[in-house]
Design a protein around this ligand. Structure first.
Ligand SMILES: [Zn+2]
Length: 403
């Protein structure tokens, strides 16, 4: 009998080994979203991909698929309404989303051989516990069948409540409510900006222009002198108007990750010249990052609900300021003060006008002006195409007088 048992074990081990070898996963090439690629790279092995059906490619370890599956589920929940994929609401299937080449998550399947495996990961378990996984579907048998809306377009209820309170209560009455609201994720969104990193500001106009004769082209060129130093830096408190993350009279420094974003964020009109300037961090900067990796929040619906709040703040901060719409920012202005008391130097949020990002630094002195990025650009089109013009920091001998 003992021997039978051993033989049976041997046999089942053989079968398991074969299954392991054949169990498909997702390859690096078929992962599209950076957070999905990151999960493949994190536990990578040679194997078979369910979407392109190739063997011996770099895939996520098929024995440890859950974190990868959950980040894919989280991304579906972030980008899509349930009606896009739930047959009860007129959709087809979660898998059908990935046949659309416009999806940001994975490459469309190149073979249908193993697509059923992929489909199963997306749908099973259907309703993991709130703190143990991410459900694709909102609800089932509680009598009130609900529907999930894309997290990227949904304002969490607590968020709207705080915004509403700020319309009838003073900010200091709402402060402790906001404090409690963000306490659940405040430690998850810290991002350090290294010392010596250069970020950009833009300001419409220029200090002055003058003419310079070019021997090369035998032409007289109009030279543009950009705003420099304090003239392109953060305004002092008496001159500081309200912004997305500051009340009027509070001097903060808004910076962009690249020159294009800096220009687009100030929304100049065609024909305007715009000065650009670089500012370098004098020390490591502790930021609250409101566009963190979704992979940090894709372990469970509980975590994903925190990501939804974080991105709601991000959307609000990314919105362009218009003078007649100051009330939405009461919440993010108060947020800045709470973060300040928690030791943050600033916040990072996406740009709604470019692929870049913005930061708002609570202590402008933590950045210094560096002149090597100063130049003047001219706005060519309403799409904010920006073109370099001849620029100089100062006149040189032989230059002609200012305009
Ligand atoms: Zn593949």
């Amino acid at each position: 009998m003992g021997q039978d048992a051993v033989e049976a074990n041997d046999e089942s081990e053989d079968i398991e080994l074969n299954d392991d070898e054949l169990f498909p996963s997702l390859c690096m090439d078929c992962a599209r979203h950076p957070s999905v690629k990151k999960l493949v790279a994190q536990d990578c092995t040679k194997g078979r991909c369910a979407l392109c059906a190739r063997d011996d490619v770099d895939v996520r370890n098929p024995q440890n698929l859950e974190p990868l599956v959950m980040v894919i589920r989280a991304l579906v929940r972030f980008h899509y309404d349930e009606q896009d994929y739930n047959p009860h609401w007129g959709g087809e299937s979660v898998m059908s989303l990935f046949y659309d080449d416009a999806n940001l998550i994975v490459e469309p399947p190149k073979s249908n051989l193993y697509v059923d495996d992929f489909d199963e990961w997306l749908n099973w378990p259907v309703y993991p516990d709130w703190d143990k996984g991410i459900a694709m579907f909102a609800g089932h048998d509680h009598g009130d069948r609900g529907m999930n809306f894309a997290i990227s377009r949904t304002t969490p209820p607590g968020f709207s409540e705080l915004q509403a309170r700020l319309l009838t209560e003073n900010f200091f009455q709402v402060e402790s409510g906001l404090e409690d609201y963000i306490a659940r994720f405040i430690n998850d969104i810290e991002a350090m900006l290294p010392q010596g990193e250069v970020w950009f500001r833009a300001r419409v106009g220029e200090t002055k222009t003058f003419h310079r004769f070019s021997i090369d082209s035998m032409e007289t060129m109009r030279m543009h002198v950009p705003w420099l130093g304090k003239d392109i830096g953060a305004p002092p408190p008496p001159k500081a108007g309200f912004g997305r993350v500051n009340r009027a009279g509070v001097s903060v420094m808004y910076l962009a990750s690249d020159p294009y974003t800096a220009v687009a964020e100030i929304r100049p009109h065609p024909g305007h010249t715009v000065s650009l300037g670089g500012f370098r961090s004098k020390e490591p900067i502790r930021l609250a990052d409101f566009n963190p990796d979704i992979g940090l929040f894709s372990q469970s619906d509980q975590r994903l609900s925190l990501y939804a709040i974080i991105r709601a703040f991000d959307r609000l901060m990314s919105m362009p300021v218009t003078p007649d719409e100051r009330t939405p920012y009461l919440l993010t202005q108060l947020l800045a003060e709470v973060l300040l008391r928690h030791g943050f130097d600033g916040v990072r949020f996406r740009s709604s006008v470019s692929q870049g990002s913005n930061i708002c630094i609570f202590y402008p002195d933590k950045f210094e002006f560096v002149s090597d990025h100063s130049e003047v650009r001219q706005i060519k089109a309403v799409a904010y195409e920006i073109e370099p013009v001849h620029s100089a920091l100062a006149k040189e001998p032989g230059d002609m007088p200012f305009d």
